[in-house]
Design a protein around this ligand. Structure first.
Ligand code: ZN
Length: 386
């Protein structure tokens, strides 16, 4: 029984009670992999009968574990953690670069196909008829099927050789991520999902997410590894979207959100009429000149999320800067606060006191955060201070 066994591995998730079999270790699997021959070097010819050694391992996996868990454990034990490409969808085992057969010694179950979870259930049920269940699993690796219709004559290895070392590392890291986050939830339409959020929601690992994660890991961003993505909210579920997998639904929601913000815009742009605002700001006019329906939608303490383009004078007013600031800088013809960052302090200091220049810079920083806008003026109007 011990021929060819060179390592042992026990796969069992913590939530299973101890296995009833093999001293609590689970079902014993003798796994064997017939690997693909290594890629040929230029000018080299494949010798027909050149023998490539099979890889043999023995693992124990708890009888309650799923097919995907078994394959994951087997792949790891074989040193093929990221190289056996598969996904269990509904009841199907979809393997893109290997075939799998199972046998139980001293029974009629020899070289049985393993392509569905029903096959797997049958295998477990037959194996556990015995006091010490043992199964032989035979993996045969084959060239990954790329896209249907791809020509076999074009060896994929020739493409791979053109990759730079960096690209290879990226590709390798991405396939590690894909293997680690392979989604076997049959209700989920995404092949690869990250579930690292409080509710375990499926965040679809799009190529962008995979690339971001892999490059963050490769450049050595602190705390980023195969288990920990970069601290970016793109790895968290979209708030309010309870089913991230439904892209159409998501798109609709985004659309609605956009529509909502578009329809909200006109109520804000009322105030783009600056003559009107100046009027508004005059204490004797107060709120009167605008019809209540026009004022109503303006939030009481608005804080625009983005900086709003506005004329410089209006900005000074909204920021409640000293009147000198606007008048003394008039000669510079600054169109709006968005240009302030391009003007050196030394220039401003020719016109402003240090205190006023500092106040202007502070206002600029507030404006960039979206804290100063037209809404701010209304806020001043509604709640005048000093
Ligand atoms: Zn998923």
């Amino acid at each position: 029984m011990s021929d060819g066994i060179d390592s042992q591995y026990t796969g069992n998730h913590d939530d299973n009670p101890e296995s009833q079999y093999n001293d609590g270790k689970g079902v014993r699997y003798h796994i064997s992999l017939k690997p693909l021959p290594p890629p040929l070097k230029k000018g080299e010819k494949r010798r027909k009968n050149k023998k490539i050694d099979d890889i043999n391992r023995t693992i124990y996996v708890h009888e309650e574990e799923s097919l995907a868990d078994l394959l994951e454990a087997a792949a790891q034990a074989l040193g093929y953690g990221d190289k056996l490409l598969f996904k269990v969808v509904s009841k199907d085992l979809r393997a893109s670069n290997f075939t799998l057969k199972w046998s139980i010694s001293r029974t009629d179950f020899k070289n049985m196909q393993l392509t569905t979870t029903d096959h797997f259930d049958e295998m477990i049920s037959e194996a556990t008829q015995k006091g010490t269940p043992a199964v032989k699993l035979d993996f045969v690796e084959f060239e990954e099927v790329a896209n249907e219709g791809d020509s076999d004559d074009e060896p994929s290895t020739s493409k791979k050789r053109k990759l730079t070392e960096e690209e290879e590392l990226m590709a390798e890291t991405i396939s590690q991520l894909k293997a680690a986050y392979n989604c076997s939830d049959k209700t989920c339409t995404s092949p690869v999902c990250y579930l690292g959020n409080p509710n375990g929601e499926h965040v679809r690992m799009t190529p962008i997410l995979l690339n971001t994660w892999a490059s963050a890991k490769l450049v050595g961003i602190e705390g980023v590894d195969l288990e920990h993505p970069p601290p970016d909210k793109m790895f968290q579920p979209v708030e309010g979207a309870d089913n991230i997998d439904d892209i159409a639904l998501l798109a609709r929601r985004r659309n609605q959100a956009n529509q909502a913000s578009k329809s909200a815009t006109p109520t804000i742009t009322i105030n783009n009429d600056f003559a009107g605002l100046a009027q508004l700001l005059r204490p004797d006019h107060a709120i009167a000149p605008l019809a209540p329906t026009q004022l109503a939608p303006i939030p009481r303490i608005p804080s625009p999320v983005k900086p709003v383009q506005m004329p410089f004078a209006a900005f000074c007013l909204a920021a409640n800067l000293h009147p000198d600031v606007a008048t003394k800088l008039e000669i510079l013809e600054i169109a709006g606060p968005h240009l302030l960052e391009f003007i050196e302090n030394s220039v401003l200091d020719q016109y402003l006191s240090v205190g006023n220049r500092a106040a202007l810079r502070y206002a600029e920083s507030q404006w960039k955060k979206g804290l100063i806008g037209y809404g701010g003026q209304n806020a001043l109007l509604i709640n005048p201070h000093t």
